[in-house]
Design a protein around this ligand. Structure first.
Ligand code: PXP
Length: 240
């Protein structure tokens, strides 16, 4: 069976850089390393408050990443930016300024002319549009009605509850099948880690996983030893 594609979200490389507003670590350098390690694509979220990824990061990534998935909300300046830059894929997400991360899927129960118009503009620019939604059959039906080719299922509930039950995994399986049956491409992501990813990666209808925080966290730890060794050499040899 074909495994799902793995897209790495590198937002939190930029989070570390923005803590000092210098030029390291560089998300573009991280993207090149991710691709060299076998990532099928790179994902970044250009948030309205620019708390991590900046416009110039996305501009540079558009030229360097082989496959770029840009997450964005429907704010005018970012939609215009995406239409100009034309990444391979745009994933539309809800955004609330006070949230720590994207807490839920798009609200599709009520008509949303702004969302509809954003989809139209992105598709007209030649961008493949994905909607980030909760694993709920009604949300899948609404996404299908909006005419997008792709949905990304929010795996947050699964990520919070996988240790204690299978209900959220069943919900994901059911939603993935429902989406695929309607002809949608189904992706998934949010809160996936080295401990909980395998059952989701086994869901046959899920074609792509977007994983960020856990991979960046692991990279900090696995890279710590060589990083300290290199600095220790410099300091030790400085006076010899
Ligand atoms: N998918 C979407 C749509 C997201 O907004 C995020 C978080 O930016 C992710 C996947 C990745 O989530 P995590 O960083 O928890 O792996």
């Amino acid at each position: 069976m074909t495994p799902p594609r793995l897209y790495i979200n590198i937002d939190h490389v930029a989070t570390v850089r923005q803590a000092r507003r210098t030029d390291e670590p560089d998300p573009v350098e991280a993207a090149v390393l991710c691709e060299a390690a076998g990532a099928d694509g790179i994902t970044v979220h250009l948030r309205e408050d620019r708390r991590h990824i900046q416009d110039h990061d996305v501009e540079r990534l558009a030229g360097r990443a082989r496959v770029l998935n840009l997450e964005l909300a429907t704010s005018e300046d970012i939609v215009a930016f995406a239409c100009r830059l034309r990444p391979y894929q745009a994933t539309l997400v809800p955004e609330r300024r006070e949230e720590v991360t994207t807490e839920g899927g798009l609200e599709l129960a009520r008509p949303n002319p702004r969302l509809r118009e954003t989809i139209r503009r992105l598709e007209e620019a030649g961008v493949r549009v994905s909607l980030f939604i909760d694993p709920d059959p009604a949300a899948l039906d609404a996404a299908k009605d909006l005419g997008v080719p792709v949905v990304e299922l929010h795996t947050g509930r699964y990520a919070r509850s996988w240790r204690t039950g299978v209900a959220a995994l069943d919900e994901l399986r059911h939603a993935a099948r429902h989406g695929a049956d309607m002809g949608l491409f189904v992706h998934a992501g949010h809160g996936l880690t080295y401990l909980n990813v395998v059952p989701v990666a086994r869901v046959a209808e899920i074609e792509e996983l977007n994983i960020g925080h856990s991979v960046v966290s692991r990279a900090v730890m696995t890279g710590m030893r060589p990083a300290v060794e290199a600095m220790r050499h410099l300091v030790k040899d400085a006076r010899s």
